[in-house]
Design a binder for this molecule. Structure first.
Ligand SMILES: [Fe+2]
Ligand SMILES: [Fe+2]
Length: 172
């Protein structure tokens, strides 16, 4: 594997684990303010991000590549309104999309077709992540100002259940 592609994939493990950490901090905020549904949604999101790290880890190992686990940055955001984590989440997912695209571009330059195929799942996943994050912002903008509607929104996020990322299920 090309050294740059390897370095970017290795770094993406760290970025996905940071995403898990970030979303856990969102869950903690919502738990503190009493929105248990949003807290549930972000704890599941954190589990999904850890799955993403494992998917990349498995891919590197399956290709005989060494893995370096670096320190994970502390999430440092403070929130003043219910919508703040949702906006931060959307911004973060757009950033992650740019990281995945950069790995894709590096693999493309190297004619690393196996890695391009591997990254396909992440390209699709990022589209879904951005769409979900946008919906959450819009729903809070529309309904968050009214206590009853906010209660209903929170209930809807309480219903989210964890399911393992598809590439990990296929591996099992
Ligand atoms: Fe992710
Ligand atoms: Fe994500």
């Amino acid at each position: 594997m090309d050294t740059q592609v390897h370095a970017l994939l290795n770094d993406q493990i760290n970025k996905e684990l940071y995403s898990a950490y970030l979303y856990m901090s969102f869950a903690d905020y919502y738990d503190e303010v009493g929105l248990a549904g949003y807290a549930n949604w972000y704890m599941i999101q954190a589990a999904e991000e850890r799955d993403h790290a494992l998917v990349i880890r498995n891919y590197l190992r399956a290709n005989g590549q060494h893995i370096t686990l670096d320190a994970i940055d502390a999430p440092d955001k403070t929130f003043n309104a219910y919508i703040d984590p949702l906006k931060a989440g959307l911004e973060h997912e757009r950033y992650v999309t740019s990281l995945i695209n950069a790995i894709y571009a590096a693999a493309d330059r190297d004619h690393d077709y196996r890695t391009l195929k591997f990254l396909d799942w992440f390209i699709t996943e990022q589209g879904e992540e951005e769409e979900n994050a946008e919906d959450m912002v819009k729903q809070m903008e529309l309904f968050g100002g009214d206590a009853k509607s906010l209660y209903d929104l929170d209930q809807s996020y309480a219903a989210r259940a964890y399911s393992q990322a598809a590439p990990l299920v296929q591996k099992a």
